[in-house]
Write a new protein. Structure first.
Length: 254
């Protein structure tokens, strides 16, 4: 029977009366997601019971007071932390800052709008900690996955087109490189930092394109749900930033 290093570490700390840090840090980049903060926390609390975890909300100064809701919840439960970014915007850079605030061996990234299935988180950690994968991707495009939660046919078109374009530039076969839901070994992200662009919304694609050696990746199916509250941030700016990120990596490799 395989015993993960995280489990051994927790057992050793327990014997010494020490409270270890979390095995899993879940990074939530957010903007105007006040109404989703506590429902997301409660959903993760119910779904993740086999690993110690924390939620790190990274808020880009949301005018709806998202960070105030995060801090209120953090006063009630130490597994919640909030990072307020002032004068900085962007999902990818927010995720990077959240990951760098963590000491967990595994970090997961998920949206703050409840569209990603928190019940997949434990399986993601399992395949990384126990099966040796570098990255576990929540995929809408493998058997059992579904992307029906996309808000419109326009978003569906953009997602599918982006996937086809992105696959042309990857050294590892990934069916859903545009997914915003994934888990990864934290040390892989830290080693990749000098090569990350930090541009735009697709941090997974940025991370995949920055690898000099193809990582060991597994895709796990999930159903992309409808948004719980708030509005989608998808717009023309996302398309421009996607092109900028692809260009950044092509120039770095040339």
């Amino acid at each position: 029977m395989h015993v993960s290093s995280a489990s051994l570490q927790q057992d050793t700390h327990a014997e010494r009366g020490v409270r270890p840090g979390p095995v899993l840090s879940i990074i939530i980049p957010c903007y105007n997601e006040r109404g989703n903060v506590e429902p997301l926390f409660r959903a993760v609390e119910k779904a993740v019971t086999r690993y110690s975890w924390e939620l790190i909300f990274v808020d880009d100064s949301s005018p709806d007071g998202t960070i105030d809701e995060v801090w209120r919840l953090a006063q009630m439960d130490s597994r919640v932390r909030g990072i307020l970014r002032v004068g900085r915007r962007g999902l990818s850079s927010a995720v990077i800052e959240g990951i760098l605030s963590s000491s967990a061996s595994v970090v997961a990234v998920m949206d703050g709008d409840m569209q990603h299935d928190e019940c997949l988180l434990e399986q993601m950690v399992d395949v990384i900690e126990q099966q040796g994968y570098d990255m576990a991707i929540g995929s809408r495009h493998v058997e059992g996955g579904d992307n029906s939660g996309l808000a419109s046919s326009w978003r569906l078109f953009l997602s599918n087109a982006g996937i086809r374009i992105a696959q042309c530039f990857l050294s590892v076969r990934v069916r859903d490189p545009m997914s915003g839901f994934f888990a990864v070994r934290r040390d892989l992200v830290v080693k990749s930092l000098p090569r990350l662009s930090g541009i735009g919304f697709k941090i997974l694609l940025d991370l995949l394109m920055s690898q000099q050696v193809a990582p060991k990746v597994i895709e796990l199916p999930f159903v992309f749900r409808s948004r719980h509250e708030g509005e989608s941030k998808m717009g023309r700016k996302v398309l421009v930033q996607f092109a900028q990120m692809i260009s950044y990596h092509m120039l770095k490799k040339s």
